[in-house]
Ligand binder design. Structure first.
Ligand code: NPW
Ligand code: ADP
Ligand code: K
Length: 517
């Protein structure tokens, strides 16, 4: 599990760190981390380090200072280094002196009419470009000269702290911005590394220890890693039977939408052993697809369950309303998706059926969120947190980065790193998976984080066939940790995602086992 802190809180921790350790020492630690990851990327993409060329794009602040110091260190490894200075009179003085003393070149970016041809040449020549334009203090979109320079970058980029042009606090991008292959950040993750466009533009995020950790308080939110999901994933123990692992009731689908029932129920079956019951008009179809499911026609006839998954395909008319009200009255943990969210958003009386002490998870996409909150989410973390608090629910806001907020203010974020789950019916699969984790007794916030992580990974496995390749997706260039964007994949439907859920579970469980060795 990794913490994420807002820029203000990172800065406040840095202030405390500087009382104990001199600022230049800290900066040197940061630059060491940058130089290390530049060397690695040169090895991957340029086949070696010595004799290769790196171009530094350097802004006016300490972010540029980090880049210059890293350049000085790279000179010591035989790398040719050219710094393109966006603000020559305000460049970090010590960093520039260090680079020059190590034999690096520096040139002003700006000529009489924008970027000089020399600067453009340097940006084009680098085997790797280091983005030291702006870091934590970024405000608004890139300044015109910086934007022009970024437009000339063709080589793989190592971003210092964060990709320039991305808002550090939100991950939003206004205008041109850097797309990094690797982002080297210091002390703790910032929101831009895991939210919105910033998540994709950050590439592989590498965290460097600069001694900040003891000065950081509780994170603003957290990101689960595969090993966290693997450690929490329920598997049967020798004492277990089918009931003790938690029984999930699925109330999904209708005569017109039997597929929603199949996908939701399937998500549950593939997530954990034990038992799944189904209640609804698609009972025959569900029995045919999933013979292991005990299916009945109505919620009242279902028998005992430890949690419910309700909503996909139930419709928003009186039948759907009746189903949802009956499920809520059972006072068991519930995951409510799709039509159930629409019903809850427009019918305040439905909330009376709910026991406020029993966990209720709502899993809206942005459109469903707007029905609940009155507007589409802008700052997704703040919006999810506020809505979770207001309704007293766990709010799982789906998207490329999924945000899960608990009513007590805790938040988990999962940046998927790809968009393979964006396919019709994949939300239904997620609902079934999450319901089964709730039925198994996994703590609700963690259950949400685990379900989202494994669901996204299952989609990636299905799209790329990576499980068939011994855990490695076929990739175009790059190393085994290469980004999903460079992975060769083919579009999938939700059934393919569903079929890959066991492979994704095996993978996270293997990660958990490896991490305790
Ligand atoms: N604190 C520490 O010692 C440590 C910090 N560390 C490093 O320091 C970084 C923070 O450094 P910082 O605070 O100096 O600011 P920084 O992000 O370089 O930007 C400031 C300059 O950028 C400019 N600018 C602003 N917005 C812009 C835009 N949209 N487009 C273009 N330019 C823009 C703005 O110029 P302006 O044009 O507004 O005058 C201003 O001069 C942090 O990210 C990390 O890398 C590490 O070494 C660890 C120790
Ligand atoms: N651009 C995207 N990148 C990654 N995941 C996405 C993207 N768009 C949607 N998803 C994921 O796909 C799933 C879609 O769910 P949902 O919108 O409910 O679809 P449906 O109702 O068709 O099942 C969610 O898990 C969501 O997080
Ligand atoms: K940067």
């Amino acid at each position: 599990m990794r913490g994420v802190w807002t820029p203000d809180r990172i800065r406040a921790a840095e202030e405390r760190l500087f009382e104990a350790v001199a600022e230049p020492v800290v900066m040197r630690r940061a630059a060491n981390g940058v130089a290390l990851h530049v060397r690695r990327l040169l090895g991957e993409r340029a086949g070696g380090v010595a004799g290769r060329h790196v171009t530094l794009l350097v802004g006016a602040g300490n972010n540029g200072g980090d880049a210059l110091w890293a350049g000085a260190l790279l000179r010591g490894r035989g790398v040719g280094v050219t710094a393109v200075l966006l603000a020559p009179d305000r460049t970090h003085g010590e960093g520039l002196r260090a680079l020059r003393a190590a034999g690096g070149r520096a040139l002003a970016a700006e000529g009489s009419s924008g970027l000089t041809s020399e600067a453009v040449g340097a940006l084009r020549r680098g085997d790797v470009v280091v983005d030291g334009v702006v870091g934590l203090s970024a405000r608004g979109g890139l300044r015109p000269l910086a934007a022009e320079a970024v437009g000339h970058v063709g080589a793989p980029v190592v971003a210092v702290d964060l990709p320039s042009g991305v808002d550090p606090a939100t991950g939003l991008v206004e205008g041109p911005a850097v797309s990094a292959e690797v982002t080297v950040t210091f002390g703790g993750l910032k929101p831009c590394h895991v939210l919105e466009e910033g998540a994709a533009r950050s590439g592989r995020v590498r965290l460097v220890d600069i001694g900040l950790i003891p000065y950081l308080d509780e994170p603003d939110f957290t990101v689960l890693d595969p090993e966290d999901a693997g450690a929490a994933w329920p598997v049967p123990s020798p004492e277990d039977d089918k009931y003790s692992q938690g029984v999930l009731g699925v109330a999904a689908g209708s005569a017109s939408f039997p597929g929603a029932a199949m996908l939701t129920a399937g998500g549950a079956v593939r997530t954990a052993s034990g038992m799944v019951r189904y209640a609804g008009p698609a009972a025959d179809a569900v029995r045919e697809s999933w013979p292991e499911i005990v299916a009945t026609g109505s919620v009242g006839d279902t028998g005992r369950v430890q949690a419910w998954a309700v909503g996909p395909g139930i419709g928003t008319g009186s039948n759907g309303r009746e189903v949802l009200a009956r499920v809520l009255e059972e006072a068991r943990p519930v995951v409510a998706d799709a039509d159930a969210i629409t019903l809850l958003a427009r019918d305040a009386a439905l909330w009376d059926a709910r026991d406020p002490e029993t966990p209720l998870v709502l899993t809206p996409h942005d459109g469903e969120f707007a029905r609940l909150a009155g507007e589409r989410p802008e700052d997704r973390v703040a919006a999810a947190r506020e809505t979770a608090r207001r309704y007293g629910v766990l709010l799982l806001l789906k998207g490329n980065s999924t945000v899960v907020a608990a009513p007590d203010g805790r938040v988990l974020v999962h940046p998927s790193g790809h968009a393979w789950p964006a396919t019709a019916g994949s939300g239904d699969v997620l609902t079934g998976m999450l319901g089964k984790l709730l039925a198994a007794g996994v703590e609700p916030l963690r259950a949400c984080g685990c379900a989202v992580l494994v669901h996204a990974r299952a989609a990636e496995i299905a799209a790329t066939g990576s499980a068939e390749h011994g855990g490695r997706a076929p990739r175009v260039g790059g190393d085994e940790e290469g980004r999903a964007e460079r992975t060769v994949g083919a579009p999938i439907g939700a059934s393919a995602l569903l079929a890959a859920v066991p492979a994704a579970i095996r993978e996270v469980r293997a990660a958990a086992t490896a991490s305790v060795r």
